[in-house]
Design a protein. Structure first.
Length: 320
């Protein structure tokens, strides 16, 4: 499935583009978002008309996260609550369904076409939630967030539409960079092995075989048999690099490296990827675009591709 730059641009009227205004007379729209990816996108679309609080910061695993008392207060007072859905926030799902009765809660994946989704490895009636790994799928989420903000604050429609257009243009550039960088990886090296199975949409988009020590949810367990199977896979496929994740313990991935070494096969840690959480707040990697740029650049470089040292925009931290 391919999208041209034209597909990424949202149609807006000339009046809308010219009429973007700062915060409204009634004050900023108070938004609470679960993950950093959603929070960053809401800030990009909302601009100075919104104040966004993200519940889950860098290194936080959304699969296991439970709401705190402080979270509950923020969620119940918010003008708009944005959560991912698709069973990502598994421990909070019942709470969100109850909160939906207030009419201010939106699952940002609820309009994403189901025929574009991968199935879940544990639940027949659910989907793999990691859609942010393909910027083309994030387009649908971006548009859903735009619409939710407009519904919550109709006076901001022109501003939200203009900001969305600008952000979608960045997603188009990001997708084009991914195509260029990842097709430079030799075909025989296009196997991505990480701590948990968060990169299914990435693999589907860019032609990589994807393996996770744990399943789609980090709540699944990785037994000794799984470790042993993956060590054999590393050897059989002559895989040279595997990856750890910022929001998941590196213990099982390092066990793979040690297991392969014990059988005479050298495997290195190719780098740390952002899977379920972004980088540090205030950094480029702490934005959605920076997070994906980092992943693309680190994966391609470690597996033999050709990429700029500091990524698509030359903004990645040294050593990324």
């Amino acid at each position: 499935m391919r999208f041209s730059r034209r597909d990424f641009i949202v149609a807006t009227t000339a009046a809308g583009l010219a009429g973007a205004t700062p915060a409204f007379a009634g004050g900023k729209l108070q938004v609470v978002a679960t993950t950093g990816m959603i929070a960053d996108t809401a800030r990009r679309i909302g601009g100075d008309a919104v104040e966004v609080k993200g519940l889950m910061g860098p290194g936080v695993d959304p699969h296991a996260y439970r709401q705190t008392r402080t979270d509950i207060v923020a969620l119940t007072k918010a003008d708009l609550v944005l959560w991912h859905g698709l069973y990502l926030e598994a421990q909070m799902e019942d709470f969100f369904h109850k909160l939906e009765k207030r009419g201010t809660v939106v699952a940002v994946t609820d309009t994403l076409p189901r025929d574009l989704l991968n199935g879940h490895d544990q639940y027949a009636d659910k989907y793999d939630p990691h859609v942010w790994m393909d910027p083309r799928l994030w387009v649908f989420v971006t548009e859903r967030i735009r619409d939710a903000l407009i519904d919550a604050q109709p006076a901001g429609e022109a501003q939200f539409a203009a900001n969305t257009e600008a952000f979608l243009a960045e997603l188009s550039d990001l997708s084009e960079y991914a195509e260029t960088a990842l097709t430079s990886v030799p075909e025989g090296a296009r196997t991505l092995l990480t701590a948990h199975d968060a990169f299914g949409y990435f693999g589907k988009a860019y032609g990589f075989s994807v393996l996770g020590v744990q399943g789609i949810s980090t709540n699944s367990e990785a037994g000794l048999n799984r470790i042993s199977e993956l060590v054999d896979t590393l050897i059989d496929r002559d895989i040279k690099a595997v990856f750890v994740e910022s929001s998941v313990s590196d213990r099982t991935v390092r066990a793979l490296v040690e297991g392969a070494a014990a059988k005479g096969h050298k495997v290195s840690i190719g780098g740390e990827l952002f899977s379920d959480a972004m980088g540090v707040d205030g950094t480029y990697e702490g934005t959605y675009v920076g997070m994906i740029d980092h992943n693309i650049t680190v994966i391609s470089d470690a597996l033999g591709g050709e990429v700029p040292e500091r990524g698509m925009n030359g903004r990645l931290s040294a050593g990324s």
